[in-house]
Design a protein around this ligand. Sequence first.
Ligand code: RIB
Ligand code: CA
Length: 320
Amino acid sequence: LADGTRRILIDTDPGIGTPRADVDDGIAILLALCSPVLDIAGITTVKGNTDVHSGTANVLRLLRDAGRTEIPVAKGCSRPIGREVPEIVERRLSWIPPAAEDAAFRTSERGVDFMIDTVMGSPSKTTIVAMGPLTNVALAMIEEPGVCNFIDEIVVMGGSIYASGTRPRVEFNILNDPEAADIVFESGVPITLIPLDVTTSVRFRKETIKPWAEADSPLIRRVHDLTVDWMEYRYIVRGEEDVGCYFHDAMNVAYLVDPDMFISVDARIVVELRGEHTRGQTVVHMGASEAGHPISKVLVGVDRARFTRMVVDEIATQFR
Ligand code: RIB
Ligand code: CA
């Protein structure tokens, strides 16, 4: 856009608000709400961290509490294109989503249709900020291939380049819909991939987010408490090495707001679809320039202090 702002559509599987579900989509959305350079054209939800109905309720409540109900939200796909990965059943047994979310600001349009209409209905190109399984994005491309000409970049939190230590070779968003990821990575639309290798290089702990506990905003104090719950769940139930977590999806927003804080390489990204034991893995051919295959940008490094400061300080101070 002329004034240096960037039009974005956020596609997300927001667990924030659902017990035992990742809060990082919510952190990313709050960070995006803080940025004067991001023009949020809309938010679509997808099944991932939680079911799509709970996810939609979670994001509507977040926007209502942030005073940003002008941002339209559309409910997307409730399951992947390919075979479903067994859910973490405990979560489904423990929580009943609140009554139908406030319809005041949820569009009735299907998420995929909303994505197509929002992207193709603007004179400016749109950046898709993909923070969950890529089901909605892939189906938009299938239903309306022309949508690709109206997208300037898809920033995807997903994949894993090198497994090491506690970092798996397969990552949740891609694993939960490998066919969708393959369609998106092969689409020819410029992709920036933000893999676990870089998102797990910045750990957030209780003391890191303490400013949120002292924030003026009741919303941010609630986000603090939900984040601590998530950290403790990961430590107690999932056996993580310490009480902390990663804000994977917040890196998508940080990259758009301040790309200089990252190091990137060109690479060809392929998704394993058929491996009996490797389905959903991403294979990243670094520096590849194989003719006829899309070349993507992959973030491989971040200024950790700068990223931490942006996430903690912006969210602690920008809400009332
Ligand atoms: O693997 C991390 C990704 O899976 C994040 O987007 C998190 O929110 C979950 O969707
Ligand atoms: Ca996510």
